[in-house]
Design a binder for this molecule. Sequence first.
Ligand code: ZN
Length: 504
Amino acid sequence: MAKATKTITQAMQYPSRYAAWFTTTQALFNTVASFYFEVITAHEQVLLLSSHKALHALETLTHATEENPDPVMPLDAIAPQVPALFRRAAIHAALGSAHAFETSLQKWRARKEKAALKKKRFTEHPPVPPRTWNRSPTFYKGQWKGRTASSILLKLWTGASWIWVNVRLLSRDLPDGYEPGSPSLVRHGSHWRLHTPVEKTFTSPGKVAVQLAHAQTRICAIDLNLDHHLAVCTIQTADGSTVATTFLSGGKRVNGRRKWLLGRIARNRRKTGILAENEPDNLALWEKIRHVDEQVAHLISARIVHFARQHQASVLVFEHLGKLKPQKGRYSRRGNSKRAFWMKGRIFTNAKYKAWNEGMITSRVNPRNTSRECARCHGLIVRYHAKQGPEPEGYTPGAPLAWCPACGMKGHADRNASLVIGQRLRTRVHHQEKPRAPLLGPGERDEKSSGVVRSQDANSKGGPSRRRARRHGTGKGHGTAHEDHARMVAPSAIPRPLPLFSEL
Ligand SMILES: [Zn+2]
């Protein structure tokens, strides 16, 4: 079984006096959580226990019961009358922070030892435990009740006592088919919102190779661009026929808007004569730029997934991002192309998790020459503008039309690239079916990847992925192979480009 999780944010309507109670509840939650962080620091062996046993151990240390009348560090001394479920939520928050802190401390020690071995100077400061606590209070069942689509009862700390209050929930309802988890109260500026994690389980969709073994399987191949058509998607069947195409535009508008905003920042900087990064005016402009990118990445990725679902595709395939080609020119032009490139990465990451929530998997292929290769005969194409006439020559980067001198294919260049991307996935899966000789030298072979090249996609969980990906990349073969289902639920923020690619 596979799992998909997401968080639903709901705005709330409440009398203004509740806001003060939300604040006192949050303050108490953080007091209790930081107290437990101290307890864990004093009893580090707790971190070796399972989460259930750690909870029990911490309660024995702090909570008085009949069998345990004198706990070592009583919670009551800090905060009296804390309900059991509120305490447990705070303990879990503290355990989470303590584990994270422990991990970063271990990593720091490892780096320090490594530097000492190489006799290098090591100046990095060790990580410090959290000085202040600003966690959002989580409400375990028992701290909330009576949830409907439009309201929920929450148990709040007023500073003197615990009371139940009823708040109205606005905006979106919880989605069908998802199981809600424990909600938390999150402050957004002067407003408070309710965040609810939701989870659904579904039958695991199966690996790319398994899915493509059926001729009826449909894949959605996506060519992402920096300019006018941000994404061009084609639906292809596993046996190679093309079913549908869509062009998702908007790139020109985004680029224009972003470039204009960057230009204003540049002018402000010129005026002040210094890099006024924190000028209130520039802060607002940067915020706008981020907002534009974020919104477009969400919109385009949602439309990609919608299109794929509409045509019953079960696999999305992109090309690896490749490298950012630095642009020459003014600040606004350079900055703009960099941000357009980042946005491309964000469209991919968003599409990947949105597709997973719909039960689709995502794969990536080698990007080499996808826009120069003819989808029909694999010869090199000519890219041209319509004004260049019917028999154009050469390759004009970014031109919309494609013509193949070898087979006479004519069409849209981005659509051609999208077809090539789909073909690469099929070719790769087809190649993988044959038994292969070891890719790496003797003794170098990775057990897990026997016969299959693992890429950064599958490897990025651990540290050495980049080096291994490069080694594989130069060895032979393909950009991506395995898909790691567990990881797809929470894809990493920005996919790293694979440093070297070799031809298929
Ligand atoms: Zn051709």
